[in-house]
Design a protein around this ligand. Sequence first.
Ligand code: NAP
Length: 257
Amino acid sequence: MRLQGKIALLTGAGSGIGRKTAELFAKEGATVIVNDIDEAKGKETAQSIQASGGNALFLHADVTDAASVRLMVESAIQAYGRIDILFNNAGISGVGAIHEIEPEAWDRVVRVNLRGVFLPSRYVLPYMMERKSGNIINMSSCIAEIGLARRASYSATKGAVLSLTKSMQVDYAKYNIRVNAILPGTILTPFVEQYLQSAYEDPEAAIAAIRTRQLSGNLGRPEDVANGVLFLASDESSFMMGSPLYIDGGVVFGKDA
Ligand code: NAP
C-alpha cells in the first residue's frame, strides 16, 4: 500500500502503460482518476479497477483542449478535494524524417505530446501549490537521449518533455512539489503495435530489429514502466527531483558491439 489514501490523475490511462499504471496505483491504495480521449477504453480501465475492489473514476478529456482539461481537473477536485499525483502519460507516435512529415502531422504530435503535458499541469498545479504538496510524473522516452531513424517529431516532443520536467521542478520545488520524468525504451503496447504496422513494410522484421537494439533482447512490458512510475509517485523516491528514470532494457547506456 505504497500510495494509501492518495488521489492520482493519469492521462491516457485507457490503454497500454497508462492502464497498467492506473491498475497498479489502485492496488497500492490510491484512488485513481482515469483520463482518456477514448471513452470506451477509459471506462474499461476504471471498471476493471472497480471490479478488483479499487477506487476509480473515469473523466473524459482531450489533453490538447484547454477547456476540456480544465473541466476534468475541476471535476476531480469537486469529487476528491485534491490531486496528489499527476501522471502526464497521454501521447501519440510520429513517424518520418523531417522531409516526410506533413505540417499538420507535426503539429498534432506536438499538441498531444507537449501541450498535452502543459495543460493538465497548468490546471492541476494551482491546487498542489495551495496545499504545498504534489507529485508530477511526465512521460518522456529514451528517444530524448538517442537519435533514432525517422522519429523527428516524436523525439522533438519527448526531448522537450524532459527539458520541461527540469524547468518545472525548479519552479515548484518551493511548493514541495516533485516533478520527474520517465524514459521507457520500446514497450509492447497498442501504440507500438500500431506504428509497427504503419511504419514498416515488414512489422515482424521490425520487431526483430528492435529486440536486437535492446540489451534485454526483448521489448519491455507495460508493467515494467508502471513499476517505475509507482516508485516516482511514492515517497520512496522523495530525494528524486527533476530527474529522468530510464526503463529501457539498456538502450541508452548499453552497446553490445
Ligand atoms: P497507448 O497504448 O496508445 O496509450 C495511450 C493512450 O493515450 C491511448 O488510450 C490514447 O487514446 C490516449 N490519448 C491519445 N491522445 C490523447 C489525448 N489527446 N487526450 C487524452 N488521451 C489521449 O500508448 P502507450 O504505449 O501506453 O504510451 C503511453 C505513453 O508512453 C505515450 O506518451 C508514449 O509516447 C510513451 N512511451 C511509449 C513507449 C512505448 O514503447 N510504448 C516508449 C516510450 C514512451 P487513442 O488510442 O484513442 O489515441
